[in-house]
Design a protein around this ligand. Structure first.
Ligand SMILES: Cc1cc2nc3c(=O)[nH]c(=O)nc-3n(C[C@H](O)[C@H](O)[C@H](O)COP(=O)(O)O)c2cc1C
Length: 481
């Protein structure tokens, strides 16, 4: 059964020991963020868990963070599959999206605060880089709509608290949310906008996938879930919002109102720059009785943000390569979690069909996404295992022959702090493609035969040595031995 809502998912996480409730009173101005930072900075990926702060100083509303993106394992649980099956789920949902169903009422509107009553002071908005950030901010799904086509879009855009009734939204000029807003404000109209907090897991995960303009992430969420997401009409703006969410903030962006946003701790691991961004005015807050508040942990990677963005966008790239470009030799894609999403290092597994195929795939991936590094390996390498990928780099990659550098790529500074000269001036970025596929067959692997290795598993037990789970790296190698 798909999850009904965030509460349903949290209960499952807890059953898998992937959620910890914190009963101690915590201060959202520093403590929530710092504890979440230790989660990612100190614990290895397999020991991380989501956090549910039950007792937030000055608020009746509990705060959840890292529940969706503690690790690939939590993302897999949210999608009701194994880590290795996430790409398959994403590709299937992109091939067969499911349209949402509009319903008459939803739990997210059990309580409605309109106009002056809709005060942001009611919400436990977190300061995410305490001591350095300009203000607390919301990180959740933001819904906008194209004025001409009526098609909605969802993306996560950092939303800075400005005062009780207004915010500044980090809608970068290239973002689809910004494009939707302009379809209203360019014609002198106020653009509707809504922040959807603690929606069902499929909605959160679909939102961070970078889909083509005009593709509503809610259809993709339906595909991931396997049934339509229920939507209700917002109370004060002309938008449809996920009915089973915990909290929805509604507002409007009026033409010509921009304000400084930042500085804030950024996903790349440094503080970002201040930029002019649109102001939005809050028109309503609706919420479920005894709601939960969700804020993504981002900033210094690895983080919840880099985990979910990398995992969701790997499937998007696989879909583009196989279904849009038509190269079915592309078997799998993994994106490392040090930057997140389309900006990190992509590792692509292929079954090469001839000379130069590895480089060709690398160039295509470099063209369709902003990755700075693309490594192409054979499908007999576990792309999720850095030590196996490194082995391929050592054993199958000859730098002068197998490297492509693409220069003069334009990447905004705050996305990539390395694109500066020694005096701090912005410089163009570049990309590297590493073709680590095998160019000729060097003969058998230096492992005993498969039969002997399997027989030795029994001997291992007889020796009373500690149990282990066979890594995929070992399985792939033994299969060829
Ligand atoms: C926690 C988190 C925070 C994010 N903050 C921003 C942001 O402030 N501005 C932005 O443009 N993208 C941000 N992103 C990335 C976008 O949400 C993501 O790329 C999304 O697919 C963009 O949607 P769009 O292509 O429909 O605009 C963030 C993602 C996450 C997970």
């Amino acid at each position: 059964m798909p999850y009904r809502d965030m509460r349903d998912y949290l209960a499952t996480l807890e059953q898998h020991s992937l959620l910890r409730r914190v009963a101690k009173e915590v201060d959202r101005n520093w403590e929530v963020a710092c504890l979440a930072k230790w989660l990612y900075q100190a614990l290895p990926v397999e020991r991380r868990f989501g956090l549910l702060f039950q007792n937030v100083k000055g608020s009746d509303i509990p705060i959840v963070t890292a529940a969706l993106g503690a690790s690939p394992h939590s993302v897999a649980l949210a999608l009701q599959c194994d880590v290795e099956e996430i790409n398959g789920k994403v590709v299937a949902a992109l091939r067969a999206p499911i349209k949402p169903k509009t319903v008459g009422s939803g739990v997210c509107q059990e309580n409605v605060l309109l106009g002056e009553m809709a005060s942001l002071t009611a919400l436990p908005i977190v300061t995410w880089t305490p001591g350095k950030d300009k203000a607390p901010y919301i990180t959740t799904n933001v819904v906008t709509r194209d004025h001409g086509t009526g098609i909605q879009n969802m993306g996560v855009y950092r939303t800075m608290l400005r005062d009780e009734h207004s915010v500044v939204v980090n809608l970068g000029p290239g973002r689809q949310g910004a494009r939707n807003v302009r379809t209203w404000t360019d014609g002198g109209k106020a653009a509707p906008i809504a922040w959807v907090i603690a929606a069902e897991p499929a909605v959160h995960l679909a939102t961070v996938a970078n889909l083509a303009y005009g593709k509503d992430e809610i259809d993709f969420a339906g595909g991931l879930k396997g049934e339509p997401v229920h939507l209700v009409r917002a109370k004060s703006v002309d938008l449809l919002v996920p009915a089973n969410s915990e909290i929805v903030i509604e507002g409007e962006v009026r033409p010509g109102e921009l304000e400084d946003e930042g500085p804030f701790g950024e996903f790349a691991g440094v503080m970002g720059a201040v930029a002019k961004r649109p102001v939005a005015h809050i028109t309503a807050i609706t919420y479920r009785t005894r709601p939960l508040f969700y804020g993504y942990t981002s900033q210094m990677p690895p983080s919840e943000s880099t985990t979910i963005q990398s995992l969701m966008n790997a499937g998007v790239i696989l879909h583009m390569m196989r279904d849009c470009i038509g190269d079915d030799a592309v078997q799998d894609v993994w994106i490392d979690q040090t930057f997140g999403g389309l900006l990190a290092h992509a590792i692509v597994a292929i079954t090469p069909t001839g000379d130069g195929h590895g480089k060709r795939v690398g160039r295509t991936v470099a063209d369709i996404a902003p990755f700075k590094r693309i490594t192409v390996v054979d499908a007999d390498v576990d792309i999720r295992d850095p030590s196996h990928v490194d082995w391929a780099l050592n054993a199958r990659f000859n730098p002068h022959r197998d490297t492509v550098i693409i220069d003069d790529v334009n990447v905004p500074l705050h996305m990539d702090p390395s694109v500066r000269d020694a005096r701090g001036n912005a410089t163009p970025s570049s990309k590297i493609i590493i073709d680590a596929t095998q160019k000729f067959d060097p003969g058998p692997l230096s492992l005993p035969s498969r039969d002997l290795m399997m027989k030795a598993l029994d001997a291992w037990k007889d020796c009373h040595l500690p149990d282990f789970q066979m890594p995929k790296r070992a399985r792939l190698r033994i299969e060829k031995s």
